[in-house]
Write a new protein. Structure first.
Length: 461
């Protein structure tokens, strides 16, 4: 048959000429998208036309990056961040979906708290999104119902106080929380009792270099051990957020069956005391950035396959707030926009492969949280792409940061590897590193285990 006579098929979007990271590896193929989903992969130049063409020659097309830990502060703390600016930073940084944390004001504890966030994101979010419900003594018995609400990413528990009033450190409360739910539960693991006992260390010294001495490795390990044991006792899957220490990584490597592990770019990129000497309280984060040997152990955890996910823990505070004398300065830094540039730089430096990075930022989150239609570039999956230039050398600057807080601890840092185009369900949101979409296209993320949002998977002839 003569191919010339075949009618050309028509796509909404054709991504052309890129090196596409698929489950098969790196392939020089085009990608056609219709109604926000991938409908064809291959050499499509002769057989497809499209409303929008996106030139990816010389670029790598990654499955959309899912950042499963951000704090966007809306409602109540919008002088630090909001859903519009937070998600704008996300897409400028090549992130196509986020899970947002419940330590807002009010806390996210009820169906109406969750609905208020979904409503606030509607029409204002530049990427897809889901919201965690906070697990606490007041809503423990409702959590099974709550975690199944559309747009809910699952339950998040703070075992140690960080920022905001959400805390569940009592073992009996933790048992109640774990027993009332089935989805993977995310945990901030620092031992509250030990943190309280040791707070005097920093109250007297006022020295931010003591932050990892106060919130030490043992504080993290104690909480991690306790929650892993409670998860085993209650038969619950858990996700230990922002693992920061060698001891936890060693422990978690032996308890992987029910437990998944997140590390953050800041723990992989910075180390103490250097970061505190250079950046003061801008480097202050919970759990803290620790000495080089801990960072080395996190990298080993990535190489050994212990780590499942990289999340940014984007946690903005204003520069004025951060300038307060330590320890009154709040812990947290921006990160959603710098996650991918920093991690591409680590790929360039040979610390991990591009394929491993893609699994940590896309396949991993999709797999462990049961995200519907995301996590890989494949037929029928959402057309979410983080299209990057692996060779571009760029300097991260505060004025590039979209966050309301307007700063990054990496101001002035030059990286190799940069997000160029960002596509969210077939919408080209960022083109040539600039926001080009007129309307924020973000929608609630769909999960396999929860009530559907009324959207059906598409079928394509
Ligand atoms: O440093 C942190 N800040 N760690 C957290 O877990 C919370 C966060 C915040 O919300 O500011």
């Amino acid at each position: 048959m003569n191919d010339q006579r075949l009618p050309r098929r028509h796509a909404d979007l054709l991504v052309q000429g890129g090196t596409v990271i698929t489950p098969n590896g790196a392939e020089r193929i085009d990608v056609a998208c219709v109604d926000g989903r991938v409908v064809a992969l291959g050499d499509l130049q002769q057989t497809w036309s499209a409303d929008t063409q996106l030139d990816a020659c010389g670029l790598h097309v990654l499955p959309g990056v899912v950042d499963s830990q951000v704090h966007f502060r809306e409602p109540g703390l919008t002088h630090k961040e909001n859903l519009e600016a937070g998600t704008r930073g996300a897409v400028l940084g090549g992130v196509t979906a986020i899970f947002e944390m419940p330590n807002t004001s009010p806390l996210t504890l009820t169906p109406s708290d969750l609905q208020a966030k979904l409503d606030a994101a509607s029409g204002r979010a530049w990427c897809d999104h889901a919201f965690y419900i906070g697990g606490s003594a007041v809503n423990a018995e409702q959590l099974l119902e709550l975690e199944n609400l559309p747009g809910c990413a699952g339950v998040k528990v703070f075992m140690g106080s960080s920022f905001g009033d959400l805390l569940a450190d009592d073992t009996e409360v933790l048992r109640r929380i774990l027993r009332h739910g089935r989805r993977r539960m995310a945990v901030h693991a620092e031992d509250e009792t030990r943190l309280r006992e040791r707070k005097a260390i920093v109250e007297t010294s006022g020295d931010v270099r003591q932050h990892p001495v106060w919130r030490d490795e043992t504080s993290a390990l104690m909480a991690t051990q306790r929650i892993v044991q409670l998860a085993a006792e209650t038969g619950r899957r858990i996700h230990v957020l922002h693992v920061s220490s060698a001891a936890e990584m060693e422990y978690l490597a032996r308890h992987k069956s029910r437990v998944t592990v997140e590390v953050t770019p800041h723990h992989l990129t910075m180390h103490a005391p250097d970061c505190y000497e250079r950046l003061g309280s801008l480097a202050q984060m919970n759990p803290p950035v620790r000495e080089q040997r801990h960072q080395d152990a996190l990298w080993q955890g990535i190489r050994d396959g212990v780590v499942d996910v990289i999340g940014s823990d984007h946690a903005p505070h204003t520069l004025d707030e951060k300038a307060k004398a330590y320890p009154q300065s709040p812990s947290g830094m921006t990160g959603v926009q710098t996650l991918l540039p920093l991690m591409l730089d680590h790929v360039h430096a040979g610390r991990l492969s591009l394929q491993r990075l893609v699994d940590l930022t896309s396949g991993g989150p999709a797999r462990i949280f049961g995200i519907e239609g995301k996590g890989r570039i494949a037929l029928g999956f959402d057309a979410d792409f983080s299209i990057v230039d692996l060779q571009a050398r760029r300097t991260i600057r505060n004025d590039w940061i979209a966050s309301v807080s307007g700063w990054t601890p990496y101001d002035g840092v030059t990286v190799t590897g940069w997000p160029i185009h960002t596509v969210v369900r077939g919408h080209v949101v960022v083109r040539d590193a600039h926001l080009v979409s007129l309307q924020p296209p973000g929608e609630p993320i769909r999960f396999l285990e929860t009530n559907s949002l009324g959207q059906q998977g598409g079928t394509y002839a």
